[in-house]
Design a protein around this ligand. Structure first.
Ligand code: SAM
Length: 197
């Protein structure tokens, strides 16, 4: 087993433009897991395995299932998971999340993949969330662009911002889930099922 430091993953991501969670975002996520005794996590979007590794390191009883569609990132994630000796705590699938059918129920579902598909990820995987579980979504501020008053030049970025805004509205108006938004990292949403009265 090769010993690596998480800082090495952060440096790799920076050098190779791999979008991983920002430091305060990942600290918020792992603190949330500790505070709520989260043991089973489903992550959509592994990239190089950074957030899955950080979550698995919270506690030896934590298990993370994570999905990555990009071959190169999946290979690197597998390599990193092995280097940390976390093969027993992290199950990684090389697939498009929309092709993955899971029957297990999770305490936490972390959505951190294609921003344009967030509503679809939420709708597809909510059946895998335990009754009192939590769905956490990252990048809801999208580098500050979601709240900017300035005109966004790039058409692609404008479209993404529109999609993220549509997701925020979807969460705000959701009849099944209540969401709290936190201006932490790149913007985090915490969604939980409404209690039946
Ligand atoms: N969670 C990672 C972290 O913080 O270390 C970062 C994930 S990165 C923001 C998003 C990843 O989601 C990319 O590597 C991308 O290839 C992957 N992705 C996007 N859409 C996907 C899909 N439909 N199924 C699986 N992976 C997807």
């Amino acid at each position: 087993m090769v010993r690596v430091r998480v800082e090495a993953l952060e440096e790799y991501a920076k050098a190779h433009n791999v979008p991983i969670m920002l430091p305060d975002g990942i600290a918020f996520l792992t603190d949330y897991m500790k505070e709520h005794q989260i043991k089973n996590v489903l992550e959509i979007g592994s990239a190089i395995g950074y957030s899955a590794i950080k979550m698995a390191l919270v506690d030896p009883q934590v298990h993370v299932t994570t999905i990555e569609r990009d071959q190169e990132r999946y290979n690197l994630a597998c390599q990193n998971i092995r280097a940390f000796g976390l093969e027993n705590q992290i199950t990684i699938f090389h697939a498009d999340a929309f092709d993955v059918e899971l029957t297990k129920q999770y305490d936490l579902i972390f959505i951190d993949a294609a921003k344009s598909q967030y509503i679809k990820f939420f709708e597809k995987f909510k059946k895998n969330l335990k009754e009192d579980g939590t769905i956490i979504s990252d990048n809801l501020e999208f580098h500050g662009l979601v709240h900017t008053k300035e005109k966004i030049e790039s058409r692609n970025v404008r479209q993404l911002v529109r999609k993220i805004n549509a997701y925020i509205t979807f969460l705000e108006e959701n009849e099944e889930f209540t969401t709290t938004f936190f201006p932490i990292g790149d913007g985090i949403g915490i969604s939980q099922r409404k209690k039946q009265s």
